[in-house]
Design a binder for this molecule. Sequence first.
Ligand SMILES: [Zn+2]
Length: 184
Amino acid sequence: MRVYEITDNPEVVRRLLGHESLSATSAYLDIDKVKAISVRPVSPQGGSVQDVDRLTKGQRSELMSRIRGKDTRPELLVRRLAHSLGYRYRLHGSKLPGRPDLVFASRRKIILVHGCFWHGHTCKRGAPPATNRGFWTAKLKRNQARDLRNIRSLRQDGWRVLVLWECDMADPAKLRRRLRTFLD
Ligand SMILES: [Zn+2]
């Protein structure tokens, strides 16, 4: 299950739990099934992960907009492969447009690892959820436009940019070859 952590807004977490006697510091959401939201109660002790889907459309949208992928598994896989091939990189170059994921400064190359959902890939995972489609279509379009702007501006500054998608992770051997070809 692919899980994203949300920023901890006590109000939102409380609403998600929908139960005064439970408390939690964070909530998780499975983006493969956008409607299924899991909350991990921290008290009472060791409460198991609870599936909760008590939000209205508006609340869910608000919640989704707060969710950020951080050190996602696809990015970790790419880092591990690049490292095993002997390439060294910096993470999230903070002075570059869009804070690119992996920066190979001496080669002037950049790798972006995009989640199919958030970056609106043209694969099955990239399709906007059926619920609140208008909201999602607009949001994902904005994300895509921002990606394009960032990539264009990096390329104008002389960076070579490779975009890898979450669904590319399915074939690590092929991914490895692509990394080597790009980075050489
Ligand atoms: Zn994809």
